[in-house]
Design a protein around this ligand. Sequence first.
Ligand code: KG4
Ligand code: ZN
Length: 344
Amino acid sequence: MLGIESSCDETGVALVDAGAAPTVPRLLAHALHSQVQMHQAYGGVVPELASRDHIRRVLPLTHEVLQQAGRQLADVDAVAFTRGPGLAGALLVGAGVACALGAALERPVLGVHHLEGHLLSPFLSADPPQFPFVALLVSGGHTQLMRVDGVGRYQLLGETIDDAAGEAFDKSAKLLGLGYPGGPALSRLAQQGDAAAFALPRPLLHSGDLDFSFAGLKTAVLTQARKLGDQLDARKADLAAATEAAIVEVLLKKSLAALKATGLRRLVVAGGVGANRRLRAQLDAACVQRGVRVHYPELALCTDNGAMIALAGAMRIQAGVEQARAEYAFDVKPRWPLEELQGA
Ligand code: KG4
Ligand code: ZN
């Protein structure tokens, strides 16, 4: 299965060897081009530039992947692409190329949900999970807790009512002059800071449900930064540490609450923010204490990539919830709630 990801600012292509269930698909090769540098000058993703860059990158990356795997285009049995959610123009590039390849090779194609890719990505790790589990999905655009009973069987337990966790990282980082996307930079700076130096809000921490709200945090960071004035530079690491601690504490407490509410003893963390070290350390410690197993994707597969798309496509076919089709008229779904997916 060839997988193509182009929903936002990363072009990802990968090849997985699917085999028959219950064998977990195996990653043969993957290649990625990040547009981060290109968008940095604008402080965020410029959709039109993203689409054009996907066009430039997707075929060279496909050749690179085939070469790495020692395979030919003719060896590809099926092509999976990200159908949504994401930027419409960017999605259309991956969908168009996938369907063109499918038509030319006379192989079936399959549109995959980007978040299902993230959700299933830990299955490619050395320590794959087993169903059922609670999933904490934390990316630049989404923050959700789900109950996952199998491929396509997703129940939303709670989600953010405003900004996503990754957005909170990125917006706070921008306020601190750390560029775009600032999550990793803020996290690096935070390692040299004192998280207790500032008391930042933990929105909805005690709301009694599993929803999140992060919009107020950036305002609190901005207020604190203004208060510091000339001192900001000297205290930047402390403020970064306090920001990270606030986001991580909410994600941790709500994840534990979701485990308690469902009675499940397995947690899967996926999406870009899942690469955050403080989050991983705190989740690991809390879950060990509670006898809960935590699974993460490999670090390289935390952020957007083609491997998770090839994997999700392969797992959907293995589970019998969907078939790849030799139909090459395509559409994309820029907005597409995960719960709309059909399950087994
Ligand atoms: O899953 P992803 O690559 O893209 C989306 O589907 O949105 O997630 C990107 C998000 C960005 O907001 C980025 O700042 C955040 O993940 N991120 C991090 C870290 N690495 C990536 N946030 C905090 N700490 C990190 N180490
Ligand atoms: Zn993503």
